[in-house]
Design a protein around this ligand. Structure first.
Ligand SMILES: C[S@@+](CC[C@H](N)C(=O)[O-])C[C@H]1O[C@@H](n2cnc3c(N)ncnc32)[C@H](O)[C@@H]1O
Length: 296
């Protein structure tokens, strides 16, 4: 990498300190993740649409790379009989999430500092359900299989896993499409993309295959979409999310897709203006995938 990093001087590159492409404990990232939680859960059709919201057979849940804890907190509140454990490898993020639990008076959720890219510090069969959402931004391609195997080890026989990942948006904004193309290229060059040519993220295409390869059975899918077109209920939420998201990934995209900062900046300003046009249309695609720890 050369020109894309021009201007960073001798400051250490934060993305070399971990594998996540965004600075996890940036206040804007914490706020973005908490806001996104509500948007995604609404569009997905609730916390557990794949089981009609029924968690009667579930007592213990592990949430991998839980971030500020939006999902784990919502589950703990909605299902008081369940114990939720969220793990994250950022101390500041874990402390933030734990403070949220205390301030909400939730005694059935706890947040633990742990690296999901190493063997998990839990015994075999410890959980009924493992959840992981939006892992792509921290996962080298080669890390998926070991993590999914490790998730199976800590899930009891008959338990399950659920993964939620997103693809690029489809929009009518030329500038938004350009930002997306750079993001896809950056992920591809960094070795996080399953796309054959770096034009998409490719993660949703491979989730089922990865789960089966890790020994999970009975893979099932539920696709869902966030419509953030002008006039749609999620327009404001989508606008707010991407206004912050593109800023947070700017340094990563400029470095790995080799985009000059000024070029990115112009495109960002243009995209945000195009999102506000009356005729703007945008869909953001997601896939919920789940599977069972069942005998072969
Ligand atoms: C990868 S995303 C996960 C988003 C979260 N699941 C959600 O739905 O909001 C960002 C989080 O992953 C955490 N993270 C990154 N690498 C990690 C790792 N190796 N182990 C555990 N957590 C990690 C970051 O600290 C950050 O809080």
């Amino acid at each position: 990498m050369s020109d894309g990093r021009a201007g960073h001087g001798s400051r250490p590159c934060w993305w070399k300190q971990g594998t996540y492409v965004i600075e996890a404990d940036d206040a804007a990232e914490l706020a973005r993740a908490m806001q996104l939680e509500q948007l995604i859960t609404r569009q997905m059709g609730g916390l557990f649409p794949e089981r009609g919201g029924d968690l009667s057979a579930v007592q213990t849940i592990l949430d991998i790379a839980c971030g500020p804890g939006g999902w784990a907190l919502a589950v703990a509140y909605a299902y008081p009989h369940v114990t939720v454990v969220g793990i994250d490898n950022s101390r500041a993020v874990v402390e933030y999430a734990q403070a949220q639990a205390w301030s909400r008076g939730l005694g059935n959720v706890e947040f633990v500092l742990m690296d999901a890219l190493h063997p998990l510090d839990f015994p075999d069969d410890a959980f009924d359900l493992v959840n992981a959402r939006f892992l792509m931004g921290m996962m080298p391609v080669s890390a998926w299989l070991p993590l999914l195997r490790e998730c199976r080890r800590v899930t009891r026989p008959g338990g399950s896993i659920r993964l939620t990942e997103a693809e690029l948006c489809l929009t009518t904004s030329p500038a938004f499409e350009q930002l997306s193309a750079w993001l896809a290229r950056a992920f591809w060059r960094k070795g996080y993309s399953f796309s054959p040519d770096g034009r998409t993220l490719g993660i949703t295409a491979v989730l089922g295959q990865l789960l089966r390869s890790a020994g999970w059975r009975n893979v099932a899918y539920r696709p869902f979409v966030v419509d953030f077109s002008t006039g749609a209920p999620a327009h404001t939420g989508g606008y707010q999310h991407f206004m912050v998201f593109w800023r947070l990934v700017q340094e990563f995209v400029c470095a790995w897709a080799e985009v000059p900062t000024e070029t990115f900046e112009r495109c960002y300003q243009q995209a945000m203006a195009e999102l506000l046009l009356d005729e703007f249309c945008g869909l953001w695609f997601h896939l919920l995938t789940w599977a069972e720890n069942a005998p072969a």
